[in-house]
Ligand binder design. Sequence first.
Ligand code: BGC
Length: 350
Amino acid sequence: MKRLVLVALLVLVVAFSGVAAAQVRVGVAMPTQSLQRWNQDGANMKAMLEEAGYVVDLQYANNNVALQVSQIENMILNGADILVIASIDGSSLGTVLELAKEEGIVVIAYDRLIMETDAVSYYATFDNYMVGTIQGQYLVDRLGLETLEGTVNIELVAGSPDDNNARYFYQGAFDVIEPYINAGKVRIPSGQIKFEEVATPTWASEVAQARMDNLIAANYSDGTPLHAVLCSNDSTALGVTNALINAGFEADNWPIITGQDCDIANVKNMIAGRQAMSVFKDTRTLAANVVKMIQAIVNGEEVPVNDTETYFNGVYTVPTYLSAPVFADINNYEELLIDSGYYTRDQLAN
Ligand code: BGC
């Protein structure tokens, strides 16, 4: 807090002396530019923070943990007052964040929780468990599991083991589907159910595609129907979609595929009937929430949080500002994504 207390004092002094507000430096560390969402997150954060008068250092780390650590080190050396970090590996930042703590820098975990350290002060994210329950419930509804007499076959594709969110997404979906597995209405022909078995390291489309290639060859090449694939996000859904196309699946035997992020490629697939749904997490909302948190920190006001019970990071339960995700499909995407100004109609043209 040392540095921030000084900044707050300076803000007060300049406010009273009529000089321009003292500039607070915010370092924004994003994981990668390879996924559309992080580019949007970074751009939104930078624009909103600059608009509010902050000096912003925005860095992307190419999904390389060592690079992210050195970017954060540099932000600290360059005098950051606040760090906003979407981690690559939530458990690898403890050491560099000790340095931040010594310098009195406030750290906000962005979207992904930072684990095993008390040097993170706040967490801003969408309700990760709810993302999963939305996906699971979508499958229950679309497959008519409540009233189904027979059995459907589904496969499960989760996210990256080093991302704390991935287990929440998967658990949320699994909790909704499990009763139907137990009731014999849902079969998983591959038998792969445990998070470790269905995880997709680095969330890479190619990794999801390679696994789906194998699942199809081993379980569906004899014509066994595949009714749905639960995919935790859009990058994994893209990989699964490619595998299905390569294996010759067509409109009449195309499975229901879930996703998350409403990336442009996936919304296009939704319009083309290749992906049933995605979970929409408006990155503008998340960025706006983080800016509100930063304003409160700088002004010495109470920081807005709405969950102080869920996100234990191995050391303590990090105060969290949760936003609600919503599902998007062919019926509501126009209202949700185009009318709200998130995308233009042209961006979604196939
Ligand atoms: C985010 C998802 C994203 C995934 C892959 C997760 O931590 O919450 O929105 O799809 O990472 O980048």
